[in-house]
Design a protein around this ligand. Sequence first.
Ligand code: SF4
Length: 741
Amino acid sequence: MADDEKTKLRIKNHGKVQTLEISRRDFIKAGALAVGGGILSSSLASGKLVFGAPLPGKYVDQEVDGCCQFCQVRCTTKVQVKNGRVVNVYGNPDNFWTRGAMCPKGKSMVELTYSPHRILHPLLRDGDTWKRISYSAALDMVANRILRVKKEFPDNYAHRVVMFAPLWESRESELAAQMALHLAGFPDICSPGDACIGSSATALRLCLGSSVSPTTLDEILNAELVVLFGANITEMYPVYTRWLVLAREKGVRIAYLDPRITPTSNFCDFQLKLRPGTDGALVLGLIRFLVKEMLYDRDYVASHVNGFEELVQAAEPYTPKRVAKITWVPEDKFLSLARDFGKSKRTIAWIGGSISRYTNSMQTVRLIVGLQAITRNLSGTGKGIMNVQGGKPGGGEKFYEVYRHPDLAHKLSFRKVLYNMKKGRVDVLLLNSSYRRYPDANRVKKAISNVDFVIYRGFFMDEEAQLADLIIPATMVYESEGSQYGAQRQVVWRNRAVPRPGETVEDWRFYSDLGRKITGGAFPAVKRAGHIYEAFRKEAPTWKGITLERLKKSPTGITWPYPSLDEPEKRGSLYPNNQFLTPSGKVELRIPALGPITWKEPKGSPKANAKKSVEFPLIFSQGKVTWHWQHTYTNWSFYIGQFSKGNYVLVHPQTIEGLDMKDGDLVYLETKIGKIKARLNLSKAILPGVIWTPSHPAPATPIPGNSGETVNTIVPYYWDKVSAQFNGFGCRLRKVDGATP
Ligand code: SF4
């Protein structure tokens, strides 16, 4: 084939075929850059090609600044547009945190945007079928149903309209939804944090005064020791792996606590494979060791820490022997980490999302704060704590006060909302996110079926759409503008790259339209997402320096807080002078809401109950894989489906010794509330006695590889005070043909 011979890419979308011609030379150049950069990318809907680089200018009309909506790395991007359609996306090379890298999830957005499975017009349930209606008719229907609730229940309407909130595609969408419902007098917006990092974010807030990460990623280059508490960086946030490499090149030691060998293991100095849910016990052991060896900072403790005595008392029983028994980490390995900790002058604790997936997670995070506090590692260069998902920048209190009904009732917890739904006391549910994200997902599904009117805001005919009475389809990120925040406390802005298809509508626009109709005119006139951003900034002193103009020019985003236009941006410690944001200004370990300082087994742990350990002797764990984001979105990508394997269960060969099972067998993964089928994947990567299964498979997707049974249907309904538990309880394996273990 001659160099100038053209390769034709055929892109099919909603019945139309677009052909993009690309020369062999350009094709090879783009492909080589992609592979050389180690970045996989979307395949322009064919699922066969790999691009990781910009398309040459002649194939592009326009390049628009964007950002990925999936994870909190929040990669900023360049979106390439030809003839009004997105033809490629690549990472913005000027982004300080990512240096232009992206992961396959972000790249899959091009294909997802033009998926033939996308819903492009509002659909009203009509018996077993759907009837297409206009956006304005759908909007009126929702508004009228909500207003009817207020009319029928004038004295107690507050908890009869509820929203399951998503991980919003923009901050303005989140704000518009909150403004609309709160101004109308409905407080119950169930946050995604209920099934995510709510517990660790809450514990950080109670101990230090803010729920966001106390430091930023660049500080790991200044540390001596970084401890990853279940933070599976390379698999979950592959773009951050570069920082682990840079840190090790500078001589930083990286310790990794995880029951599984994962891609992250390759970038660490050593790993302790501990039993799921026992991080807190290990931390108590470290605290005991450091106090006994006088390797803590007495002056700092005296001046900056409340609750040190209780911490020492709680740690006293955690001898190395006891720690080894609870955590399954051999005593010598535990002591080696303890000595490393004692020697290090600058240590960063990086908390993974998995820490939040247990009923003991708030205790664990308080203990990690205590560990960092007594070693004077909470504030300053090369010190601090990072929360993988970062947490939401604060400072919006005044804004929330302005845009609320004067008599707004207190928000109910998710469990109370679910109880109300079960009892038929909820009339309208704005279902913006997956019910499958909650434990005992079938219980949640059943409760939703008791709601009179369910409106789904999504993209595909997935499990949630099938529960709805009305579907009002949402835009994808290239079709909407707005800001988002990331794990480094950074705020980024995304411009709209292409028009909205069909009658899809952005979340910020839908909730602004709805707000105008249900708040009697109290909702302000909003024409652009930027209007909401500026309204928020006006009321939020710590956002004053993050102007829209600056934001739009920044390839990295701007770090919050940024209270003055005249000051430089501040990365690194949120508490630079050990001035914490608690009422006392000190680190608070003595927190009545959390009870005494302690560590307890996760609920349902077979190690806590002899009877359970006979019935369900194995320890359950689940998690994300590099390819997938939650249970929705990416399950509809053919490109992603190439790398997925449906339901499988990772098991150590010792775990099935003596059982009639072998690698590749179809088995039941059973818990006390149900079972799913999964392929047995034998591997020494996981601790004996522990199983791991991927969270993402979804029943409704037509894409092989992505489809499978919903894992959370077998996760028992255990909660701490803030969020749900997903790991650490008992389970067992049984061969599908009936063989009994
Ligand atoms: S999912 Fe996260 S790491 Fe991947 S492209 Fe999006 S923001 Fe970047």
